[in-house]
Design a protein around this ligand. Sequence first.
Ligand code: PMP
Length: 396
Amino acid sequence: NETLSRSLGRKIDFPGLVSSTGTPWHYLDSAATAQKPEAVIDAVTRALGADYATVHRGVYSRSAEMTLGYESARRRIAEFIGGTEDEIVFTRGATEAINLLAYSWPHKGRVLLSELEHHSNIVPWQLAGWQVDVCPLTEDGQIDLDAAETMLTREHEMVAFAHVSNVLGSVVDARRAADLAHAVGAKLLLDGCQAVPRLPVDMAALDCDFYAFSAHKLYGPTGIGALWGRADLLGAMPPWQGGGAMIDTVTFDNTTFAPAPQRFEAGTPAIVEAIGFAAACDYTTKIGLEAIHAHEAALVKQTRDALGAMNDVTLFGPENSAGIVSFLIDGIHPHDLGTILDEENVAIRAGHHCAQPLMAKLGVTATARASFGIYSDEEDVTALIRGIERTKRIFG
Ligand code: PMP
């Protein structure tokens, strides 16, 4: 389809990728944060400029219009993941979404995590006083759901898995994870940070109970994300931060709270960011998540084939990883590789990727990671491989 062929692999829509010197920048760090399309930048500029006012309080028309824009953003974000607007709590990002759930869930019992989780799906549970159990991985770096089945007990309140791993790109079988959790009376949280930019995501099809994601990895602004939760579950959770906008009535003796999701949104919200977030959902929907997934899959294959042909490269994760390739080259530290690639205008990520337990499991301290987005193209991969060959020559 014409929209797709015009949008995928097209850098011109992304001012962050348009070079003023004519030298292309090969941005392969979209899993850390994605570049922003004009459509998002325009929506943010309008919201911050011509349309700007506060929401929910104004008796004047500009504020009433902004409130409509803000609440329409919530609705479009909900629709993007197949939910409804009363199920979307705005947060600062996925990290805050997981903290909210870990702190607000009424019974802090046992939670089953996996060995590949990002620190933001480990530390909040520890801090909030949960007893953490850890599901192992299969050989090729997928969450081992057979092991999860034997580990889960009636004491588990929660199962919390990355939908897509930010290091390995592996995709969990969410439907089966949901069935396993529900069979013991537990709830399933999926950390959807890396999934929403790369896969069609639908809450009904996944059958999870909570879903956390960040706008900035989905071509939207930083500083905003969401916790999607089943309305009955959110409705039964107490607030976790107090302030304006989350109350019904306040006296010094007794305060009552607004219904969810407002109950979890204390203070003046991130109005502009919410509008940019919705613009990002509209933009990716227009291109189509199926098409984005296929585009990234082709780039993953090109990268894995080229790296796999080198006899000094270790590849991590499954063949069909979603948009992300982690690897190591014998005798070259990922940081050195990243620094030399930068001289070639190739940007990759090197380090533990906020997944130290996974690094320990893999027996490494760091990996190099290339990750793709809508704008990535074959030339980015070619530049990466050329840069790796040059690095190997430098290291002799
Ligand atoms: N989970 C995963 C899988 C991630 O990749 C990230 C971001 N690297 C996060 C959680 C945290 O997201 P944020 O920093 O936007 O809150």
